[in-house]
Design a protein around this ligand. Structure first.
Ligand SMILES: NC(=O)c1ccc[n+]([C@@H]2O[C@H](COP(=O)([O-])OP(=O)(O)OC[C@H]3O[C@@H](n4cnc5c(N)ncnc54)[C@H](OP(=O)(O)O)[C@@H]3O)[C@@H](O)[C@H]2O)c1
Length: 265
C-alpha cells in the first residue's frame, strides 16, 4: 500500500552528510516530523535549522554503535513525537583494501556500524513502530550486500548481513503490518570515500562518476512512498543481473581485474 509521509514520525541515521542529508531535506519537504542523527553535532544543528522552515526537525547527535545513544534516539521519538512511524538506518562506514592487509579492529568496526548498530536499533525500535502509522524500517545497504566485491570484503560482509537480517524480518514484521524495505545503491558521489577506515585498494574509484546523493535520496523516498521491498540503484542493476545469470563470468572478470592490479607486486 502506498504511504504518505506528511506528519509521519521518522528517525534517520547518518543524516550529517551525503545520502542521509539529501534524504532529510526531502523528508522535511514532504512534511515528515524528523529526528536527524549522526555524530557531527554541528552539521546536524545546521541541517535542522535549515529544515525547520519546512517542519518539525530535531537534531540528536548519536554514535549508533553506542547502546545509550541509540536508546536516547528512541526516547526522543517517544517523548517529543509520542512514537515512531519509520526508522531509516542509513549511517555507514567502509574499508577499502584486501582482507589480508586489514585488521580485526577494522572488521569489527565495520560490522558494528553497518550491522550490529542497525540490527539493535531495529530490535529496540520495533515496540514503538508497532504502534505507529503504517510503520516501516528502511535499511540503506549497498550493491555489496548482494554481490561481494574484492577489496570491499569487510564492507560486503556487513551489508550482506544487514540484507539477510532485513529479508528474515520482512516476514516476521508482516504480522504487525510493518514494512521492511531494503535499498541497494551502487557508487554514489558522497564523502564515504573520504571516511574510509582503510584506503589501500588499488582500483581507482572515481566517486564523482557515481550517482548523485540527491538522485539516491529521491529513489529512497519513492521506495518508501511506493512501499518497494527492494530497490536496486545505479550500476548495481547490471552488476546484480550479471551475477544472477552469469555468475561464472562475473567471477572471471573480477579475478582478471585483481590479477591485473597485482601483476607487479
Ligand atoms: N557512497 C556510496 O558509493 C554508497 C554506495 C552504496 C551504499 N552506500 C551507503 O549509503 C549510506 C550513506 O553513506 P554516504 O555515501 O552518504 O556516506 P557519507 O557521506 O560518509 O555518510 C555517512 C553517514 O554515516 C554517519 N556515521 C558514520 N559512522 C557513524 C556512527 N558510528 N554513528 C553515527 N553515524 C555515523 C556519518 O555521520 P558522522 O560522521 O557525523 O557520524 C554520515 O552522516 C551508508 O550506509 C553507505 O554504506 C553508499
Amino acid at each position: 500500500m502506498a504511504r504518505s509521509l506528511a506528519g509521519r514520525r521518522v528517525l534517520l541515521t547518518g543524516a550529517s552528510s551525503g545520502i542521509g542529508r539529501c534524504l532529510a531535506e526531502r523528508l522535511a519537504r514532504k512534511g515528515a516530523r524528523l529526528i536527524v542523527s549522526a555524530r557531527s553535532a554541528d552539521k546536524l544543528d545546521e541541517l535542522a535549522a535549515r529544515l525547520k522552515v519546512s517542519g518539525e526537525v530535531l537534531a540528536v547527535p548519536a554514535d549508533v554503535t553506542n547502546a545509550e545513544d541509540r536508546q536516547q534516539l528512541l526516547e526522543t521519538a517517544q517523548v517529543r513525537f509520542g512514537g515512531l512511524d519509520a526508522l531509516i538506518n542509513n549511517a555507514g562506514v567502509a574499508s577499502f583494501g584486501h582482507f589480508t592487509g586489514g585488521t580485526e579492529a577494522i572488521l569489527r568496526q565495520v560490522m558494528e556500524v553497518n550491522f550490529f548498530a542497525p540490527a539493535e536499533l531495529m530490535r529496540s525500535a520495533i515496540p514503538l513502530l508497532r504502534n505507529g502509522e503504517q510503520p516501516a524500517i528502511v535499511n540503506v545497504a549497498s550493491m555489496c550486500g548482494r554481490c561481494g566485491l574484492p577489496a570491499w570484503s569487510e564492507y560486503s560482509a556487513s551489508k550482506f548481513a544487514l540484507v539477510g537480517l532485513a529479508e528474515a524480518l520482512r516476514a516476521e514484521m508482516a504480522r504487525y503490518d510493518m514494512d521492511v524495505l531494503t535499498v541497494l545503491p551502487g557508487l554514489t558521489n558522497t564523502d564515504l570515500g573520504k571516511h574510509l577506515l582503510r584506503n589501500e585498494g588499488r582500483m581507482k574509484l572515481d566517486y564523482s562518476q557515481g550517482m548523485s546523493p540527491a538522485a539516491v535520496a529521491d529513489a529512497i523516498l519513492a521506495a518508501i512512498e511506493k512501499n518497494r521491498a527492494e530497490t536496486v540503484l545505479g550500476e548495481a542493476r547490471w552488476m546484480l543481473r550479471v551475477k544472477r545469470w552469469f555468475p561464472g563470468l562475473l567471477n572471471r572478470l573480477m579475478t582478471r581485474k585483481v590479477g591485473q592490479l597485482y601483476a607487479h607486486s
